[in-house]
Ligand binder design. Structure first.
Ligand code: ATP
Ligand code: MG
Ligand code: FE
Length: 350
């Protein structure tokens, strides 16, 4: 089926068009620059930007795919989780389009969409064999840090654990701020860390002590790490010493990467699942990719990392999930669904 996917859960207005698992276009308009001076995504600003970008983005995606609106077989849209106001813009646009074109609509889960990104094939995309089940998925972005057990993309996704406070990307953004680096912090920390010593400072690995692991084996926590970095920098400043920004960045990055992969690999090992899929914008992190390769290789786990354009928020992954639901014979969503900012990951379709 030819599916148009709409994604507006955060600051990307993503429109993607797929035919089954074939990627035809993936248009992304981001309002990231508008959030820079606030140091994080401002919901109202994101929602307004979606409104402005929606129609041009749909036209751009159709043109890039070389298809007309009248050819679209179905609409897929993110109904949650995400920012309520931002989601509402996408949901409204998707419903209008589905009614106008008289085609079915599939309201889908954003996080499961990230997993669906791995199914897409086409120009400039991986030629790897199709995703196999079960797989563990580690999704890390500015809004999420989640570990999933995916037994089947369209019918069985289980949340193993998630962050109990800040998301990993959020921690990168906050620590960058402490170090006087601009937003978004992830790429900046990556850049500065390149010349730093990752063993210079031993920052805490959240929820990794024995007592925490019992209750939070697959959960994450990054707010203590952030505070620890801030305190370390402050003490240096108070002592009149210069702060070795590169060492701090490298040591912080190492702590995040270490805890993410320790828990992801533990999930694979504990549950006997020899496959790990990565997704989300933080996957751009150079050190995360490197350590993921090393540790999965050592543990005999097959690692999958979709191309970055499909790891950050995008409409193609939503269209891909919609196409999978159609091909599996699922009924479309009825038009009474809404934006659900806390949609649980087990609810693949709303
Ligand atoms: P959502 O959480 O809904 O998926 P988001 O917009 O917060 O949405 P993305 O756009 O996927 O998430 O990712 C943005 C986040 O990724 C930011 O927090 C940014 O700092 C982080 N990031 C980007 N590049 C890197 C990098 N090289 N290293 C670490 N973090 C990075
Ligand atoms: Mg984003
Ligand atoms: Fe996302």
């Amino acid at each position: 089926p030819l599916v148009l996917g709409i994604e507006t859960s955060c600051d990307e207005t993503g429109i993607g068009i797929v035919r089954g698992t074939t990627l035809l276009s993936n248009t992304i308009a981001s309002s990231m620059d508008e959030h820079a001076r606030y140091g994080g995504v401002v919901p109202e600003v994101a929602a307004r930007a979606h409104l402005e970008e929606m129609v041009p983005a749909i036209h751009a995606a159709l043109a890039e795919a070389g298809v007309g609106l009248n050819e679209i077989d179905a609409i897929a849209v993110t109904s949650g989780p995400g920012l309520a106001g931002a989601l509402m813009v996408g949901v409204g646009a998707a419903k209008s389009l589905a009614v106008a074109l008289d085609v079915p609509i599939y309201a889908v889960n954003h996080l499961v969409g990230h997993v669906g990104a791995d199914l897409l094939r086409g120009e400039g995309v991986t030629t790897d064999a199709p995703l196999e089940y079960p797989t563990i998925a580690l999704l890390v972005s500015g809004g999420h840090t989640s570990l999933l057990l995916v037994r089947d993309l369209v019918s069985d996704v289980e949340l193993l654990g998630e962050t109990i406070d800040d998301a990993a990307g959020e921690a990168f953004d906050k620590v960058a701020r402490v170090l006087g680096l601009p937003y978004p912090g992830g790429p900046q920390i990556d850049r500065v860390a390149a010349t730093g010593d990752p063993t210079a400072i031993r920052f805490p690995r959240g929820l990794s002590h024995q007592k925490d692991v019992a209750k939070h084996r697959y959960d994450f926590s990054f707010s203590g790490l952030k505070t620890s970095v801030a305190r370390w920098v402050e003490q240096k400043g108070d002592a009149g010493e210069t702060v070795p920004i590169d060492d701090v960045a490298a040591s912080f990055r190492e702590a995040v990467v270490d805890v993410l992969l320790t828990k992801a690999v533990a999930a694979c090992t504990d549950l006997g699942v020899p496959r790990l899929l990565l997704g989300g914008g933080v996957i751009a992190n150079a050190r995360l990719r490197q350590v993921a390769q090393e540790r999965t290789c050592a543990a005999g786990i097959a690692l999958r990392i979709p191309p970055l354009s499909l790891c950050t928020d995008n409409g193609a992954m939503i269209a891909a999930l919609g196409a999978q639901l159609i091909m599996a014979g699922h009924e479309p969503s009825t038009l009474d669904f809404g934006a659900d900012s806390t949609l649980p990951v087990s609810q693949i379709q709303a």
